[in-house]
Design a protein around this ligand. Structure first.
Ligand SMILES: Cc1cc2nc3c(=O)[nH]c(=O)nc-3n(C[C@H](O)[C@H](O)[C@H](O)COP(=O)(O)O)c2cc1C
Length: 334
């Protein structure tokens, strides 16, 4: 079964796309597919799965990203994730960090397509929700299309439901994870060619997409490189300017959608933070994701300072946020 709408996705980002961040993103884009941070399969199977998987029902539709390379452990983790209500299970085959490399999973798995195929097959056996893979276009010197296509062929054979392509080669020696998201050049052509040659495989493009025009040109049926892709996934651009997500919701998914104003978002976040007060939660856990709320507009710097100095105080209360509205030249939403 593969009925999920993946036209607009928000990328899994460790330490960023936690549940509070996803709640914020959902306010901007009611229909985007949101991904969790990567959760290591062993942590779900042997650790406190409930804590790792907790979310607010309003975050849906929500996909769970797993890290791992043991087919049976991944199958067990996928089963736990699907039982918790996640609508898609995604396997991370794109992360180049040393921690991940030493655990023999992440991007280095692109060198082991048969193992990834086995992981996908076992996960598919375990759950009825779609199982997808997020990968790079290549690894180290293997940036040729044949390498990428052989990897895709193996997991297509195993029944993968969609491929999310971070369109850069991962360099495993010498570049930090951050550099690996910036230095290897973008290579959208591989993703487009894959889609042309395997039209039945849903392909979602990720990497370096920064605005509505860039997104539209990748999805358009007649994009420069041929047929359009099935979806896009954005990470940093929407994290740093979440209103972009609202613009994309309107442009890609729902032309009637009105991008919420900062005061509307603050109103919803205050209510959400109040609901969360029964838990031992610092306001900062929520507001740390709000730095881009007014990005590029008047008062953006004063707003960020307010978040760091006032809203981050250990005893800060949700209503504190109202005090900052004048900094943004805004009043409370009616
Ligand atoms: C802080 C941060 C954490 C990330 N963590 C993950 C992760 O857990 N899993 C993953 O597949 N990719 C991770 N990524 C990569 C993003 O999902 C995405 O592929 C990358 O940022 C390129 O997309 P962008 O140019 O739209 O940001 C992370 C990126 C950032 C900036």
């Amino acid at each position: 079964m593969n009925v999920l709408d993946r036209r607009l996705c928000v990328a899994p980002m460790m330490n960023w796309t936690d549940r509070h961040c996803r709640f914020l993103h959902r306010l901007y884009a009611p229909h985007a597919l949101l991904y969790t941070e990567m959760i290591v399969a062993a942590a779900l199977v042997r650790g406190d799965a409930r804590r790792h998987l907790e979310y607010d029902a309003r975050e849906h539709p929500l996909a769970l990203q797993l890290g791992g390379c043991d087919p049976h452990e991944l199958a067990a983790a996928a089963r736990i994730g699907a039982a918790a209500g996640y609508v898609e299970i995604n396997l991370n085959v794109g992360c180049p960090s040393d921690r991940v490399k030493n655990g023999a999973f992440g991007a280095c798995l692109m060198l082991r397509p048969a193992l990834v195929a086995e992981c996908v097959a076992r996960m598919k056996d375990a759950v009825s929700v779609p199982v997808t893979v997020k990968c790079r276009t290549g690894i180290d010197s293997r940036d040729d299309y044949e390498f990428f296509d052989e990897f895709a062929a193996a997991i297509v054979e195993a029944g993968v439901d969609a491929l999310i392509v971070h369109a850069r080669t991962a360099i495993l020696g010498g570049l930090s994870p951050k550099e690996n998201r910036e230095i290897p050049p973008l290579n959208y052509a591989h993703a487009h060619r894959l889609k042309r040659e395997r039209p039945a495989l849903p392909v979602v493009l990720n990497g370096g997409l920064k605005d509505v025009d860039a997104v539209r040109s990748q999805l358009a049926p007649r994009s420069p490189s041929g047929g359009g892709l099935d979806g896009v996934m954005l990470g940093r651009a929407v994290y740093h300017r979440p209103s972009l997500l609202g613009e994309l919701e309107r442009s890609v998914l729902d032309p009637r959608w009105q991008v919420p104003a900062p005061e509307d978002i603050i109103e919803r976040i205050v209510a959400y933070a109040r609901e969360s007060q029964h838990q031992p939660l610092r306001l900062h856990a929520i507001t740390r994701h709000l730095h881009g709320l007014n990005s590029g507009c008047d008062g953006a710097r004063a707003w960020r300072r307010f978040l760091s100095e006032v809203a981050a105080a250990p005893d800060a209360r949700p209503d504190t946020l109202y005090a900052a509205l004048p900094l943004l030249g805004r009043r409370r939403a009616a």
